[in-house]
Design a protein around this ligand. Structure first.
Ligand code: C5P
Length: 677
């Protein structure tokens, strides 16, 4: 196995998880351009951090914009300048990011006298730009091509949009061409009419652009099909200082399909709030396969309820990014899969129809390739035979990914199927890092959807993490009560160890003494109500002692020591057995690293947040002297098991929610994950 391939671990148990995905690439990059044209500082929340969004952020910085990106918080703060671009010249590389390529080219023409040189990856140099460039020439912009005509690389001379009141565009090759023009036209202080010549593809993306323009205050009419006339209402402006990015629906399509390969059930929390992205309609072809698709309390639930999966014929034109997800799974369907309306995908990251046909044929499937369609006649027996034969030669089947993130992610789901029924990988993905384009942590997310081997299917494991005073304890106790779960507060484990060390005159700055002491300290459990409390050295510590000012002050320093974390890790994992012995239907464990380190495989991971003022008030109300900010700083910057949002964790900001509301939110997510539900 070479270093640039990744074997995929099949699922040997049905899945039963709630998952989350990073923010939408399409929305993040549109929001960046729209924010740059506003006259305010805007913070994008839930923004995607990936190669394609990084490219756009870097380009905006190179143009003189202030862009403050915080990957840990998934926020990007950008100060817009009302349609002005600070720098009149720049060299920009757009990589292979189609949105950045089209949106930036149009955006740059705003400058009244700019000279910009743009280039992209070899693949980008072949992607269609002509329709956009021809339209932009109406503004007076001119292009000098340094390679092939109408392609990257080129130098662009701009004249601004002052005199441009109408333009025509041919966007047959890519809807991004139309979206790019609409955004810039919609930001003009005067009326501009954009006329589409012919049709475009992927119309939901144009719809997304128009909806976002409306959110940003643009007004327009569509007097006839293909004509959008902007009223020219002075200035793009949002009523709020933050803009929430929806989770990426295309990225979600991979995990929504998991029950087909693993059995069981997955939940996309608050999936019904995905309204801007057409790709959420992937649920329709998914339902046609026979998977059960349901909606409850705003969440989307997908469950495998039938043994075999129906063949599907579906027009993917409107949701073409997701065609690869279904195509890669076609070997598992009981008849031919026919996917139409995807001719334009031959000009995307790669020729996607060709790439898909090649790889499925390598896996022994009969594929009919058409100019704008693909038909796959499944042959699971042949796939098995090839995987088995490879295994006997000590190899795995290998899928090439053509620098296309969607090829990698789609086939990873097929590889998650336990084809050889031995739980061992049979498929590997070449160049898994190509996912970095839109979903750098994809494989980490996938890995964490495997459940714990020692857990039986009926057992529900919930991890709750968050900073000091984020409401973990009261929330976790409430959920435990509601769902009959055992509750574990891991903060008390670190507090008990801190208390014992301090009592014995051992300080955190003497780690070797702490390590030696811990070797002599027994850790046991005693149930107090439904809370499993730690018993150190045979004693159940007094709750007041664990919350003393001295323990508050020192606990984070002790918790940062690797020897302390090692000592408690096995103990914390053993609480599953305690809960099972005591006949609880599950376990809710709270702390700082439960979703990320202790139980990355938890069915449901919650990350609780609240603003600092709210948290300080909570501690004051409890009559405690606590150094919340200082503890948070130590907890989130330490090397071992830092406080962080675990992959797949559902973030709940409870600053303005009551305790009951938070408990309700978690319970509505957890209940469908219970076996009986
Ligand atoms: O949750 P509580 O405030 O009781 O936690 C006390 C301290 O224990 C935290 O500030 C942190 O330093 C440590 N802790 C940890 N990992 C956990 C739980 C708590 O490091 N899983």
């Amino acid at each position: 196995m070479s270093a640039d391939t990744l074997p995929i671990r099949p699922f040997t148990q049905p899945v039963r998880v709630a998952f989350s995905v990073p923010g939408s690439k399409s929305i993040t990059n549109r929001a960046l351009i729209l924010a740059a044209m506003c006259n305010q500082t805007l913070t994008l929340r839930g923004a995607l951090f990936s190669r394609d969004t990084q490219i756009l952020c870097e380009a905006l910085k190179a143009l003189g914009f202030s862009v403050d990106a915080n990957a840990a918080q998934s926020t990007i703060a950008l100060t817009g300048l009302g349609g002005k671009i600070p720098r009149a010249s720049a060299e920009i590389n757009v990589g292979n990011a189609g949105t950045a390529a089209r949106f930036l080219t149009a955006f740059l023409t705003l400058h009244p006298a700019g000279t910009y040189t743009l280039d992209g990856d070899p693949a980008m140099r072949k992607r269609p730009m002509k329709g956009l460039m021809d339209a932009l020439k109406t503004t007076g912009a001119t292009f000098t091509f340094h390679g092939e005509p109408d392609c990257f690389p080129f130098t662009l001379h701009t004249k601004g949009w002052t005199h441009c009141t109408a333009l025509e565009v041919d966007a047959r090759a890519s809807s991004q061409i139309l979206s790019a023009l609409l955004m810039v036209a919609g930001a003009q202080p005067h009326s501009v009419a954009v006329k589409l010549v012919g049709k475009t593809v992927s119309e939901p993306f144009v719809e997304m652009t128009l909806q976002m323009l409306t959110q940003f205050g643009a007004t327009f009419t569509q007097p006839e099909s293909g004509l959008t006339t902007f009223a020219g209402t002075s200035q793009l402006q949002l009523p709020s200082e933050t803009y929430r990015i929806e989770p990426d629906a295309t990225a979600a399509s991979y995990f929504l399909s998991l029950p087909m390969v693993a059995g069981g059930k997955v939940i996309l929390p608050e999936g019904e709030q995905i309204t801007l992205q057409g790709d959420i309609d992937f649920l329709k072809p998914l339902a046609k396969t026979g998977l059960t698709v349901a909606k409850a309390n705003g969440h989307i639930l997908i469950e495998q309820t039938k043994e075999s999966f129906e063949p599907v014929e579906y027009d993917f034109e409107a949701i073409s990014d997701t065609f690869l997800t279904l195509a890669a799974l076609s070997p598992l369907l009981s008849g031919p899969t026919r996917i139409t309306g995807i001719g334009h995908t031959r000009h995307q990251e790669t020729d996607r129809i060709r790439a898909m046909a090649n790889e499925l044929q390598k896996l022994g499937q009969m594929v009919v390739e058409e100019p704008d369609a693909i038909e796959i006649h499944p042959d699971l027996a042949e796939l098995y035979a090839r995987a088995d034969a490879s295994k006997h030669c000590g190899r795995l089947l290998c899928v090439d990914t053509y620098e296309d993130h969607r090829m990698a992610m789609s086939f990873a789901i097929l590889g998650s199927y336990d084809l050889l029924q031995d739980g061992q990988p049979w498929l590997q993905i070449r160049d898994p890092k190509c996912c970095g384009k839109t979903f750098p942590s994809f494989f980490q997310h996938l890995e964490q959807l495997h459940s714990l081997p020692e857990m039986n299917i009926e057992f529900l494991l919930i991890a709750v993490d968050g900073g000091a005073a984020s409401g973990k304890s009261s929330t976790s106790r409430g959920v435990a009560e509601r769902l009959n779960l055992m509750h574990v507060d891991t903060g008390s484990h670190y507090r008990a160890i801190t208390f014992e060390c301090l009592k014995n005159g051992i300080a955190a700055d003497a780690p070797e003494k702490v390590a030696a002491f811990l070797k002599t300290l027994s850790l046991d459990t005693q149930l107090v109500g439904r809370t499993a409390s730690i018993v150190t050295g045979g004693h159940l510590p007094e709750p007041e002692a664990l919350r003393s000012a001295e323990v508050n002050q020192h606990v984070s320093a002790f918790a940062a020591l690797p020897c302390v974390r090692d000592a408690v890790k096995g103990y914390q994992r053993s609480q599953v057995a305690v809960a099972q012995e005591n006949k609880y239907v599950g376990l809710i464990m709270e702390g700082r690293d439960i979703g990320s380190v202790i139980f990355p495989e938890a069915s449901l991971k919650i990350y609780l947040q609240a603003d600092e003022a709210t948290r300080s008030k909570r501690r004051e109300a409890e009559g405690q002297s606590d150094t919340i900010a200082q503890r948070d700083r130590i907890d989130s910057t330490r090397k071992t098991a830092p406080l962080q949002v675990a992959p797949n964790a559902v973030i709940i900001d409870n600053s303005t929610l009551s305790l009951q509301q938070v408990i309700d939110k978690i319970a509505t997510l957890a209940i469908p994950l219970c076996k009986q539900a």
